[in-house]
Design a protein around this ligand. Structure first.
Ligand SMILES: C[C@H](O)[C@H](O)[C@H]1CNC2=NC(N)=NC(=O)C2=N1
Length: 101
């Protein structure tokens, strides 16, 4: 069965456990800052590995010392699903190890 869009209540509950993440235009978004470029690149590569493991992919925007992450589910009409909250949590778990703030 295709993943179903979460309700506003479900999303609010998920966001309460995801500090720094917000809902913008039907996407869960977060911007991370780093002490330079390579730590941002390293986290991007780590996230790419998680994407492949989960078969679920965020949109990533790499800057000099910033990494923007936006997650939504294409197959749910671009809405937020359980897959997105799961991916956001996986990304949060690795953030501190990359010096992200
Ligand atoms: C065939 C493959 O499982 C799909 O294309 C996956 C890949 N990654 C995906 N990522 C996201 N964000 N949404 C999807 O619907 C999606 N679908």
């Amino acid at each position: 069965m295709a993943p179903q869009p979460l309700t506003e209540t479900d999303i609010a509950e998920a966001l309460s456990g995801l500090p720094g993440w917000t809902l913008e235009e039907n996407r869960l978004v977060r911007s991370y800052g780093f002490d330079g470029h390579l730590p941002a690149v390293a986290m991007l590569v780590h996230i790419a590995a998680i994407h492949e493991e989960m078969d679920h992919h965020a949109d990533l925007a790499l800057g000099y010392n910033r990494l923007g992450v936006a997650v939504h589910t294409h197959s749910a009409g671009g809405r937020v699903t359980e897959l997105d909250t799961r991916l956001a949590r996986r990304i949060e778990e690795i953030a501190a190890g990359h010096g992200a703030r």
